[in-house]
Design a protein around this ligand. Structure first.
Ligand code: ADP
Ligand code: GLC
Length: 500
């Protein structure tokens, strides 16, 4: 039996991307199709989505529009791909320039509850055959934006008289027929919290506003809706799946997650090697591969030239490509920056976010123009050029559900330097003496989120860099790691089969 699965999300590379979510929602459905699934994606019709999809055609009018004059479903595909993508056309809610979540002042849009309720609602409508030609058996919702999809599905199932085995809301204990749901946590820290009064806008049964439901400390939480109502919960690494069941990292949801531990699974993200491969990446200066590494040196020189750094072959070049937020731990790196410069290294930072971090790195670049370069903004091409030109990619995150940059770094022969949390812990092996001796090391891992621990890892990077044979061997090992999507897609397929 072919499994029909609808991925519900707010971002999709290359149409709209603010972080790793977009990389995942673009690659995972394609990997699932390669595993035999019939996968489609549902997105809000943000301006860049409506402009970027090919062959759009109307499919259905939606029966609710959450304040927009009307809302409808269209079906198209990603240009250059066969992946079918549904888009919600509701221009009053979605057709706004810039960031999909924030206005020009970086403040969340006042109608975000309606904007993302419509996303969940449309998913549930598709599950109920809004498109007469295709309906999913599995609705797979990603992050809080899609968190109401499982809630609307549950409401619809109840309206049809199907009970719910694990919900205290159910009036009957008969198994739910039909569509099943999966909710994936890409980041527990973003919760989609709204004032309780906005619950009435959602059109959910009144008793869903409950501790056993969408209520979270007196407010409305889209994330909790997904966690509570989905049949299965996944997150993007095995370690993060454990971490979020603790008070330290559960963001107030640890009890719920612990209670649902038997339904919670960590499945590591993958890399789309069609996009992230130095052997045929058109965004980098010269192609290279583990068998032919000379191109990497040329990428480094090109990057130094482009960013007006001293063109020094022998200076270990540390790179950062990141959202500049609390999560990413770059305040710690800012503190360790003198260590890098004093030892003769260079640092390149590409990112945008917190003003204090932007200013801090900009100041450092002004103080050390030969050694430190900072580009504020979001620039996909430069991101590739940095990963290709860097010797080390630094990801010192306080917490990291999976992290993709360290995986891209491995593929490009830039040794990842990471804090041992979440997906970083699952994907990078430290260059301790024993790991080097046993041929396991792929990067630098520090345990405690403390300045001295990061500084020690940086010193370890310099020490290994000075031993060029060990450096090359470690780099080659990193480049051989296979983090392709196939293995992860198989795990999702097994989960879907179990549900269906
Ligand atoms: P997160 O999703 O938490 O931001 P990930 O490591 O999973 O972290 O994914 C980040 C993705 O966003 C990667 O594809 C990375 O290259 C990209 N990225 C982050 N910041 C920038 C930027 N300023 N310019 C270009 N790409 C960026
Ligand atoms: C989130 C997480 C990141 C993860 C990405 C894709 O943005 O912060 O760790 O890699 O989602 O799952």
């Amino acid at each position: 039996m072919t499994i029909r699965v609808l991925h519900v999300a707010s971002e999709l590379y290359p149409l709209l991307k603010t972080g790793g979510l977009a990389d995942v929602t673009a690659a995972l459905p394609v990997a699932l199709i390669e595993q035999g699934a019939d996968a489609r994606v549902l997105l809000p019709g943000f301006a860049s989505v409506a402009a970027g999809l090919a062959d759009l055609r109307p499919v259905a009018r939606l029966s609710r529009s959450f304040g927009a004059p009307e809302a409808s479903l269209e079906l198209g595909r990603l240009p250059g791909s066969e992946l079918p993508v549904y888009m919600i056309r509701a221009d009053a809610l979605y057709d706004r320039p810039g960031n999909p979540y924030l206005d020009a002042e970086q403040v969340p849009y006042g109608d975000n509850a309606q904007r993302f309720a419509l996303l969940g609602w449309a998913a549930a409508e598709l599950a109920q055959h809004a498109d007469p030609d295709w309906a999913p058996r599995i609705v797979h919702a990603h992050d809080w934006h899609a968190g109401l999809a499982p809630a609307y599905l549950r409401a619809a199932a109840r309206a049809r008289g199907h009970g719910d085995p694990h919900s205290p809301l159910s009036s009957s204990s008969s198994p739910r027929a039909g569509v099943r749901s999966v909710f994936t946590i890409h980041n527990l820290a973003y919760q989609g919290i709204f004032p309780a009064q906005q619950f009435d806008l959602l059109g959910l049964p009144a008793d869903f506003f409950d501790m056993h439901g969408v209520e979270f400390y007196g407010q409305l939480s889209f994330l909790k809706a997904g966690l509570y109502f989905a049949d299965k919960i996944t997150t993007v690494s095995p370690t993060y799946a454990r971490e979020i069941q603790t008070v330290a990292q559960g963001c107030g949801l640890e009890a719920l997650l612990k209670g649902r531990a038997h339904d919670l699974l960590g499945i590591l993200n993958g890399v789309d090697y069609a996009i992230w491969n130095p052997a045929h990446d058109d965004a980098i200066a010269t192609h290279y591969s583990s068998a032919h590494m000379s191109g990497k040196q040329r990428c480094k020189t090109a990057l130094q030239t482009h960013l007006k750094l001293a063109q020094r072959h022998d200076a270990p070049l540390f790179g950062v490509v990141s959202r500049l937020t609390e999560q990413k731990g770059l305040d710690l790196l800012l503190g360790a920056l003198p260590e890098i410069v004093a030892r003769g290294g260079q640092l390149v930072v590409l990112g945008t976010g917190d003003a204090s971090l932007e200013q801090g790195f900009t100041r450092a670049a002004r103080q050390h123009p030969d050694a430190v370069a900072v580009e504020l903004g979001f620039d996909e091409t430069l991101a590739h050029a940095i990963v290709a030109g860097a010797d080390v990619m630094v990801v010192p995150s306080r917490f990291e559900p999976c992290g993709l940059t360290q995986l891209y770094a491995l593929a490009y022969g830039a040794l990842p330097l990471v804090h041992r949390v979440g997906g970083l812990a699952d994907t990078v092996v430290d260059t301790s003496l024993e790991n080097l001796a046993d041929g396991l090391a792929t990067g630098f891992v520090f345990e405690r989120f403390e300045p001295d621990a990061l500084a020690a890892a940086i010193r370890r990077a310099f020490a290994l860099y000075a031993r060029s044979h060990d450096w090359r061997e470690t780099r080659a090992r990193g480049m051989e790691q296979d983090f392709g999507w196939a293995a992860s897609a198989q795990r999702y397929m097994a989960l879907y089969r179990e549900l269906a």
